[in-house]
Design a protein around this ligand. Structure first.
Ligand SMILES: [Zn+2]
Ligand SMILES: [Zn+2]
Length: 137
């Protein structure tokens, strides 16, 4: 969203369309939002959207926000070299910022080591108000 992405060359047409919709959206999109935007491109079935989303998420090009049941394009290609993905979700304007934080990551790594818990993925969703919305209030 903030960063521009060059699209990988080996995406299918549907994957490209879905990623394009996510890249240009100012806020996370539900699968049905995506379908609405891509109707004119010939996508008709939710299943087409879900299939494309699954592949994009597998490759780390898109993420699902559990609490919103919506999807965003990955804002930081490097986030996936780390185990932690964090999102700040503004409840005012709906904007989502993706970031990675080495200190949180390290603390979690220490905890996992101490407890013997094998972490598969860590996704943080932080809700609140962004700086712009706070200023406008
Ligand atoms: Zn990401
Ligand atoms: Zn905001």
């Amino acid at each position: 969203m903030v960063h521009d992405h060059s699209m990988p060359a080996d995406l299918t047409r549907n994957q490209e369309l879905v990623l394009g919709a996510l890249n240009t959206a100012p806020a996370p999109l539900s699968a049905y939002d995506i379908l609405d935007r891509l109707r004119e491109d010939g996508l008709r079935a939710p299943l087409q959207i879900y299939r494309a989303l699954d592949k994009l998420m597998e490759r780390g090009l898109a993420h699902r926000l559990e609490s919103l049941n919506a999807f965003v394009a990955c804002a930081d290609g490097r986030c996936h070299r780390k185990g932690l993905i964090a999102f700040a979700i503004c409840e005012g304007c709906g904007k989502v910022d993706e970031f990675a934080d080495a200190a949180i990551e390290e603390r979690l790594g220490g905890w996992a080591e101490r407890t013997g818990f094998a972490v598969k993925s860590t996704i943080m969703e932080i809700r609140g108000q962004c700086a712009q919305c706070r200023q406008a209030a």
